[in-house]
Design a protein around this ligand. Structure first.
Ligand code: ZN
Length: 280
């Protein structure tokens, strides 16, 4: 499943390719699972709309739409549709492709938006855990944005929670978009055990964890920047961007700092890796 840095890279790649283009017509498949909004509403919202901007919110790709000058006005789009959004969650295997019209339609294609430029935006998802949704109002997700949250806000989130810190990091009501890999990687960098209760963390520890999480996400986004085209255009199954993992997936291997074997436990139902010596 793509995590925050992958989604950020994909969203940025889509922005570079399709911002300023216009959606002329939309085809929606007959499989119900990927459609969080009604098919007719998706078609009505997308058709004739110009794509102003594409960006990441949590683990969602958000297309900001605007009725285009020539068709929007003529279509009698209600005033409230002026700032509509097309929201895509890739789920496990979802891909958002920018293809030429001649490109053969892949199996498991659930939506095709024909663009004024002649290209097509296609949503392909074999396992159908991805979701497509349209909204007429702003979408910001439930929790705070981990890459920009201030240290003070971050501390305030965890101050009152008695959950394990690992589980609290994954709780989307606190921070949106932090997944298993980046939770483990930020905890080992901050020297904090995954099973510490969030409300037992000192101010200094919370400061370290805040810095570690933002650093890890920043590194992963930077590492992904160069492979945008692969992700958006090709098979989309390149795996995770390679930041050097210190904990995640390294069970039994020596800690890069102290050589103690990395331990694997389960916290909140998720496989969790940590160094029993470096993390307290
Ligand atoms: Zn260690």
């Amino acid at each position: 499943m793509p995590e925050l840095p992958e989604v950020e890279t994909i969203a940025n790649g889509l922005h570079k390719r399709v911002a300023g283009d216009r959606i002329d017509s939309v085809w929606v498949g007959n499989k119900k699972e990927p459609l969080k909004s009604k098919p007719a509403e998706i078609v009505r919202t997308l058709e004739g709309a110009a794509i102003e901007r594409v960006h990441r919110v949590g683990k969602h790709i958000v297309f900001h739409l605007h009725p285009s000058n020539d068709r929007g006005a003529a279509s009698g789009r209600p005033e409230s549709h002026k700032n509509s959004q097309f929201i895509v969650h890739l789920g496990m295997t979802g891909r958002m492709l920018v293809a030429t019209a001649e490109t053969e339609t892949a199996k498991h294609t659930h939506l095709i938006a024909k663009l004024a430029s002649g290209r097509e935006l296609r949503f392909v998802d074999p396992r159908r855990f991805g979701r497509l949704e349209v909204r007429q109002t702003g979408f910001s997700g439930p929790g705070s944005e981990p890459t920009t949250i201030t240290q003070e806000e971050f501390a305030r989130l965890f101050h009152k929670s008695s959950a394990f810190i690992k589980a609290a990091l994954l709780n989307q009501k606190f921070l949106h978009g932090v997944g298993n890999i980046y939770a483990d990687e930020s905890l080992i960098r901050a020297g904090i055990r995954p099973r510490r209760r969030a409300n037992t963390l000192t101010t200094a520890e919370l400061k370290k964890l805040h810095a570690a999480l933002q650093q890890v996400l920043k590194e992963a986004i930077a590492a992904g920047g160069s492979s945008v085209s692969d992700y958006v255009d090709a098979d989309g199954e390149k795996g995770y961007f390679q930041i050097k993992h210190r904990a995640y997936g390294r069970e039994g291997k020596p800690c890069l700092k102290c050589k103690t074997p990395i331990k694997k436990i389960v916290v909140g139902g998720r496989g969790t890796h940590y160094c029993p010596n470096c993390q307290r």
